[in-house]
Design a protein around this ligand. Structure first.
Ligand SMILES: [Cu+2]
Length: 262
């Protein structure tokens, strides 16, 4: 029995490592990175994965070895009980603590790039999470948010490629999380707060906007789309959207509703 159990426990690290080894060929690995800071984040991810992976394989291997070697059926006498080792406990407390401290220091620059070194510019667009959609507000022709010529859209975010983008993130109701998997961006939208989010997209294309916070019954359908395009295409699109909005002048009641969202 002991041998069967040990083999069962051996299957855990073997299958665990195999899953990670074959994942990229089944396209269930990280989504394609199209952001300037993504490489740093993916590098951190891989570093931590390898670090924890090595510890995982070592501890699972030890567990297997002990199960195999100390099979009760082969034991000659009763097991010896020991009370524990003070120095061992100190070691396995200090080692993980030191590792975590190292990671905390090692990732500081990446964190500062994504969450602290905000580009000095006016917001490109305001994104407001709402059950269950992403409401977008572009500054319009005067390049100032909060004026009557603002452009309002839902779930269809466009940004120019290779430029700093600054988003002003808000929520109209509950906690949401603005998640752009391909841009390695994830930020909670918190009611009552204006949170800046910035990135630079390095490739054109269409990518997902997802809500990564369980925000109610319709959370699953809170999906948008981000289109990264050339400056020329972006401006043409903005122009078309503004013309379309001006042609369908919203009723005053709707304008009040929008103003109340601020
Ligand atoms: Cu949500």
């Amino acid at each position: 029995m002991g041998i069967l159990w040990s083999l069962l426990f051996l299957a855990v690290p073997v299958l665990g490592v195999a899953t990670f080894a074959v994942a990229p060929s089944f396209d269930i690995w990280l989504p394609r990175d199209v952001s300037e800071h993504g490489r740093t984040i993916d590098g951190l991810f891989m570093f931590i994965l390898v670090l924890t992976g090595v510890v995982f394989v070592a501890t699972e291997g030890l567990l297997f070895w002990f199960l195999w070697k100390y099979d009760a059926a082969k034991a000659k006498g009763p097991a010896t009980y020991i009370h524990g080792s003070h120095s061992l406990e100190v070691i396995w407390t200090i080692l993980p603590a030191a590792t975590l401290l190292f990671l905390a220091i090692y990732q500081m620059n990446a964190w500062a790039d994504v969450k602290m070194r905000r580009p000095a510019m006016a917001p490109t667009v305001e994104v407001v999470g709402r059950q269950f959609e992403w409401r977008l507000r572009y500054p319009g022709r005067d390049a100032t948010l909060g004026t009557p010529d603002d452009l309002f859209l839902v779930n269809d975010l466009h940004v120019p490629v290779d430029e700093d983008i600054l988003i002003q993130l808000k929520s109209m109701d509950v906690l949401h999380s603005f998640f752009l998997p391909n841009l390695r961006i994830k930020q909670d939208a918190v009611p009552g707060m204006k949170i800046p989010v910035w990135f630079k997209a390095t490739q054109t294309g269409q990518f997902d906007i997802v809500c990564a916070e369980l925000c109610g019954w319709g959370h699953y359908k809170m999906k948008g789309r981000i289109t990264v395009e050339s400056r020329k295409d972006y401006e043409r699109w903005l122009e078309e959207m503004m013309a379309r909005q001006e042609a369908t002048q919203p009723e005053p009641a709707e304008q009040d509703a929008v103003a109340a969202a601020d």
